[in-house]
Design a protein around this ligand. Structure first.
Ligand code: HEM
Length: 461
């Protein structure tokens, strides 16, 4: 697919050749627990991951061992662990091998599942699809999708925010990522995509025809076919969507992605964006519904941006909307744990951690650290104001997007969609929680209110 002026990405380290170790080295000298046979500590982890981390840390100290579905993980607590692992100055922590156990089968060769020099090489090319002019184009279609969705929400009985905003992020992805119109093709791709994401985190991973895991594999095949078939045409077109941009993207030396790279990156990008956006927009709406004074504050700042679509230059006019979104990400971050696998032995807080061990760090633990945050259990967006700036008390005090080489490439995209969506929401509706609903949250695999967040939306004016 390359022409004389470009070089396809053979990249440093040939594609997919690095073996991914499946078994940990011995970590039994590290204090911790195994839980039940095979399941390990799955029950406690799934129902109360934050409480479990706190209990383990209080019992065993800052470095402890847990087990989850047959796999032992060594947790390195606190901001020190986050800084060591995410900045990874010694190139000792493989992201590919860390994530492989959960999502490797479906998302192998996505950007997050590449390491070190090869990862840097791919990230530099991908950056072209996240520059300002690209974001401006994605933003132009966002407002339209949001407006259309809000019209449906206005007319809906038994409105639940989570499924509604899930559809909104799918529609947004069809337009901004894939460059296709909403309709039956978008629906077909969305279903394939949802099936493959569901299968990637399924506990039972046997492809029995008709069941979830099998549907996921079929979904991945359909997406692969869609992208592969379209690439020749997209390489010639001038489309402004993310897919077409990846087909044209080059690094400073003119190197670009092969067809296989584009397929793998696009499928991963859709996954990386979808649940994270759905979850964080939902928890932000929950925060607003539970705190009407913040609806008023956001409405007041939205008023200065007029009634039309939000322009890129107006994004900075919505600082308090950003604080609300930040606070939702602090309290209910969609990626509460980041896994890695060690390449060499090292020592942390006096504990020896061997090579080839699954380790994990937790943004969530930093986000609730009472030594960093004032009253961390409280929804208090003002903590992000320049006067208080609690998030600046440590480099890793606030890290919902991770940090270091793998820091989320889509973080600006996420914030733009949040501003576009929350602005329209407060301008058009008063939002309230129905009386007597439970406030229970599901934490994993993605944070969301267990009841899907029923909301009473009262149209304004
Ligand atoms: C609120 C929304 C989001 C949150 C909280 C979030 C969080 C994260 C985190 C924590 C990581 C790092 C994981 C690690 O180090 O192992 C990450 C990586 C990534 N995210 Fe996001 N994400 C969000 C939205 C998005 C969106 C909208 C996109 C795409 C448009 C995206 C694309 C990616 C990609 C490609 C990576 C891998 C980066 C790399 O390995 O270099 N994310 N995200």
């Amino acid at each position: 697919m390359s022409d004389a002026s470009t070089i396809d990405s053979a990249g440093p380290a040939a594609a997919g050749t690095r073996p991914v170790p499946t078994a940990n080295a011995d970590v039994m000298h590290i204090p911790g627990e195994d839980g039940l046979p095979w399941f390990g500590m799955a029950r406690e982890f799934l129902t109360d991951p934050r409480g479990m981390s706190r209990r383990m840390r209080d019992t065993y100290g800052p470095v402890f061992r847990t087990r989850f579905i047959g796999q032992r993980t060594v947790s390195l607590s606190g901001v020190e662990g986050l800084e060591l692992v995410l900045l990874d100055r010694e190139k000792n922590f493989s992201s590919e091998q860390g994530w492989d156990h959960t999502i490797g089968r479906f998302f192998r060769r996505g950007l997050m599942l590449l390491d070190f020099d090869e990862h840097r090489f791919h990230r530099r090319i991908m950056q072209a699809a996240f520059k300002r002019d690209a974001l401006e184009h994605y933003m132009a279609s966002m407002d339209e999708v949001v407006e259309r969705s809000l019209t449906h929400w206005r007319d809906s009985d038994d409105f639940r925010f989570y499924p509604a905003v899930k559809q909104l992020t799918l529609d947004n992805a069809a337009v901004a990522f894939l460059g296709i119109a909403l309709g039956s093709e978008a629906d077909r791709l969305n279903t394939a995509f949802i099936d493959s994401v569901a299968a990637s985190i399924a506990l039972i991973r046997i492809p029995i025809p008709g069941l979830g895991y099998w549907r996921g594999l079929k979904g991945r095949e359909l997406l692969q076919d869609f992208f592969r078939t379209q690439i020749p045409e997209r390489r010639k077109s001038q489309g402004q969507d993310m897919f077409t941009r990846l087909c044209h993207a080059t690094d400073d030396e003119g190197r670009r992605f092969s067809d296989d790279d584009i397929v793998d990156h696009m499928i991963f990008l859709m996954m990386a964006a979808h649940d994270t956006l759905t979850s964080s927009l939902t928890t932000a709406a929950y925060g607003l519904a539970a705190h009407p004074e913040w609806q008023q504050r956001l409405r007041a700042e939205a008023a200065v941006t007029g009634d039309g679509p939000l322009a890129y230059d107006q994004l900075d006019a919505l600082p308090q909307t950003e604080w609300v979104f930040n606070e939702a990400l602090r309290m209910w971050g969609p990626v509460p744990f980041v896994p890695r696998r060690t390449q060499r032995e090292f020592e942390f807080q006096g504990v020896r951690i061997p090579a080839n061990v699954q380790v994990g760090v937790s943004p969530d633990a930093a986000h609730y650290d009472p030594e960093i945050w004032t009253d961390p259990e409280r929804f208090d967006p003002e903590r992000f104001s320049p006067e208080r700036a609690e998030h600046k008390r440590h480099l890793f005090a606030y890290c919902p997007y991770g940090g270091g080489a793998h820091k989320c490439i889509g973080m600006h995209f996420a914030l733009i969609l949040a501003k576009v969506m929350l602005r329209r929401l407060v301008m058009q509706f008063d939002i309230a929680l129905p009386d007597g609903r439970s406030h229970a949250m599901q934490h994993l695999p993605i944070p969301k209110p267990k009841d899907g967040l029923p909301l009473i939306l009262t149209p304004r004016g």
